[in-house]
Design a protein around this ligand. Sequence first.
Ligand code: PLP
Length: 493
Amino acid sequence: MLYNSTRNKDIRLNASKAILKGLSDDGGLFVPESIPHIEKDMRTLAGMSYTELAYEIMHLFLDDFSEEELRTCISSAYGKNFDDPMIAPLSYACGSYYLELYHGPTIAFKDMALQILPHLLTTSAKKNGISKDIVILTATSGDTGKAAMAGFADVPHTKIMVFYPHGGVSDVQRLQMVTQKGGNVEAVSVDGNFDDCQTGVKQIFNDKAFRDEIGGKGYQFSSANSINIGRLIPQLVYYAYAWCSLFRNEKISDGEPVNICVPTGNFGNILAAYLAKKIGIPIDKLVCASNINMVLTDFFESGIYDRNREFHLTSSPSMDILISSNLERLIYFISGCDDKATSSFMQELADKGRYTITEQMKKELSDFAAGYASEEDTFREIKRVYDETGYVIDTHTAVASHVADKIRAKLSDHPMIIASTASPFKFAGSVVDAIRGRDKDMSRDGLSMIDELETLTDMPEPEAVKEIRHAEVKHDGHISISEMKEAVARFLD
Ligand SMILES: *Cc1c(COP(=O)(O)O)cnc(C)c1O
């Protein structure tokens, strides 16, 4: 199987080369030339463990990896570093199934992909005879940064540098990043929002002179952002696993579809659900849930993508995004895999911050539904779910939970799976305020709120939180947007 750029079908690479490259040189994202189909029936897949199922799905896409290589990557990633043997367990509350994607080392869903990506990358490098060290640059709105640092820390022949918006991440997220150990990791805060960080990273990747310069020093860039297919493909697995879990527990019949609601930022997680549907997992609607940065809700309603609007900092910071990079892949698919059209939409986005898709493309969006939650909706939803069932959800999950609850009546009468993307302990301040029914107060956020959440709900504090309480701050860099390239050069010297 080959992967081509969304902006130029003549740029074609096999999976390991596409993983190494991350982003195509023309700025496009890699997409499989054709979408494979699962080989075994769902009944057989339902009898498998998470790691067995991961192999069945991932080998369809990563077909230049040997069976042994891929199975080794999978077993290194999904084992004791998760605190639940199911890896991605389901919990039932208020009429929906919450797919808990936060049982990895950093208690958020980015672990699902970032625990395996370093193994896929180093295996890809070995396969391709790469002698240069791999440099990972990552822009983060909070969770990716720590999850990537944790995944790559002290992995030989890799270095990782993370940029996060100054003041744009939670206390716990910041502490997790600035205390990360490892001789090859660095985190820097940037005066700007997530989009500024992401644009800065993209510019560095696209700077050929700079690429040559670091190449001369024995380095080559790769990406750990959700644009890398090495992150996207592992994310299909838990949607298949969720269906299998419901089937095993006789909650659905053979072939019965489920609806899936995903709290969305960069559009990676929901795109994985879309691909899971395309390879044959029984899924009906994909519900795209946004916070008040609702650029995607408007897009699905009107066919117009328009980032020219006020940017809001919310209590679900990992979804505070106005340019959802992975949407480019969906645009490519719904345009009938038209690289020229995709390229010109992305040019319009870069020039004017806005584009309008065709009527034909709009029709291709019928797999999706969309909605958003205000800050008030989000807090009320945390309280509603807790008061009715005792189940505790974080702010991101609450956005999806609110949207799922509102949209349910308009969808088919099949089980609703809500992607639960962070442990409530990661956003304890907001969660406690919501459950107590008091106004949000940022000054109360932080570690003391974790204690309060523990007392209030009787839930034990996860290991990941215990670790950061007394850890030493190792990364205190703070720069302006224009200094990002310089910071990379310094890090590599
Ligand atoms: C990254 C993240 C999201 C958004 O996922 P995308 O793949 O970027 O759409 C949602 N919730 C949490 C907690 C996250 O860390």
